[in-house]
Design a protein around this ligand. Structure first.
Ligand code: FAD
Length: 311
């Protein structure tokens, strides 16, 4: 579907940020077009229970919620294509977006391509994702009341997640492969001095263990000599970082050293007319509701920009 039409706005990505941007730009009569990408619906397609998105008193499954967000935006005219954007060209206006070798053009772009948590890749991990292994304590911590949990990582996020999880867990063991921590001293000490937290250094997860209920433990390996030990746990939180999905921008939009897009003016990026929202700009909150909020902001910024610069 290459087309000659110059669209007002193309939205790239279909997580909560993308669909909210789609809803707002559609209701503003901008006839937005969305490329939903390789994972239509985004990260929440991977989770069965969302308990912290307002409006769902009983909680809701991730795929179900994303289908509802899509339906709501489509009702107002968002045109969704379940295709991946290969690259964009912002050197000329209107901008070009390349999909399956075909060029699509738009006066404005809203980038909502999210981020991916980095997983360990230990044996048995794929099978236990969502059955005890998580990458988001804020999202899933409350499912582990009075249970034993491990947290993997050595940075501020790992310390923050371990400390946060003591609210629910009977015990939290922090696993780190070295004895040097990237975390700030204050964050490290808060975790290290907590009576519910034990820190084990020179350990890495070699294999996940499971029973019929889900995760039951892990085999830990000492990277110095390969010796192993088992630890029992029903929850595990991997906190070793996230990778924003910005490779396809090929350096045309300014990012930080980790690849996160840097907002310049509200949600506008370093290129005038290109906006960004959600986890692709967010190193701090990484929640569905904050992504949706930023999608709304980007849509309003985009609408005003189009009014001032194009129409
Ligand atoms: C297992 C799991 C459970 C979670 N549970 C919760 C929870 O309970 N509550 C909560 O608030 N948050 C939760 N989160 C976090 C939440 O999912 C994210 O904060 C939120 O999805 C971010 O939304 P987003 O719109 O920025 O991007 P994402 O949801 O990451 O979506 C990115 C979109 O971009 C698309 N894309 C990427 N590259 C391209 C491309 N080149 N072309 C076109 N499209 C592209 C993808 O297909 C995808 O649709 C969870 C995350 C995970 C992984």
């Amino acid at each position: 579907m290459g087309d000659d039409e110059v669209h007002n706005v193309i939205i790239i990505g279909s997580g909560p940020a993308g669909y909210t941007a789609g809803l707002y730009t559609a209701r503003a009569m901008l006839e937005p077009v969305m490329f939903a990408g390789y994972m239509s619906g985004g990260q929440l397609m991977l989770t069965s229970d969302i308990e912290n998105f307002p409006g769902y008193p009983e909680g809701i499954g991730g795929p179900e919620m994303m289908m509802q967000l899509r339906e709501q935006a489509e009702r107002f005219g968002l045109q969704v294509h379940d295709k991946n954007v290969e690259r964009i060209d912002t050197s000329l206006k209107p901008f070009s977006v390349w999909v399956e070798g075909e060029e699509h053009r738009a006066h404005a772009l809203i980038i909502c391509t999210g981020a991916e948590a980095i997983w360990l890749g230990a044996e048995g991990e794929d099978e236990q994702k969502g059955r005890g292994i998580s990458t988001c304590a804020t999202c899933d911590g409350a499912f582990f009341r009075d249970e034993e949990i491990i947290v993997i990582g050595g940075g501020d996020s790992a310390m923050e997640e371990a400390t946060f999880l003591t609210r629910f867990a009977s015990k939290v063991t922090l696993i780190h492969r070295r004895d040097v921590f990237r975390a700030s001293k204050v964050m490290y000490e808060r975790a290290a001095n907590h009576p519910k937290i034990e820190i084990k250094t020179f350990r890495q997860v070699k294999k996940w263990l499971a029973d019929e209920k889900g995760l039951s433990g892990a085999v830990l390996e000492d990277p110095r000599d390969g010796s192993t030990e088992e630890i029992a746990c029903t929850g595990a939180f991997i906190a070793i970082g996230h990778t924003p999905i910005t490779g396809f921008l090929e350096g045309q939009i300014e990012t930080d050293e980790s690849g996160y897009i840097i907002p310049k003016e509200y949600t506008m990026t370093s290129v005038s007319g290109v906006f960004a929202a959600g986890d692709v700009v967010d190193t701090r909150y990484r929640q569905a509701i904050t992504a949706a909020g930023m999608g709304c902001q980007a849509a309003i910024d985009c609408e005003r920009w189009l009014e001032e610069n194009i129409h």
